[in-house]
Design a protein around this ligand. Structure first.
Ligand SMILES: [Zn+2]
Length: 56
């Protein structure tokens, strides 16, 4: 049985924080990047489709 579940794109925030490469759930090819220190920044952006992630 196979059922496609509609989910919010899940992003591994811990991986982002650790400075590891996280694949964009939207375009599935891009990687989230930041111009700042991944440990302290509040913004990451996909390098392909431009999807943004914002932390609080
Ligand atoms: Zn993307």
């Amino acid at each position: 049985m196979e059922e496609a579940e509609m989910k919010k794109p899940e992003i591994d925030f811990e991986k982002l924080r650790a400075g590891k490469e996280v694949i964009c759930p939207k375009c599935k090819t891009g990687i989230f990047r930041t111009e700042h220190d991944p440990k302290t920044t509040h913004n990451f952006k996909c390098d392909k489709c431009g999807m943004m992630i914002n932390f609080d």
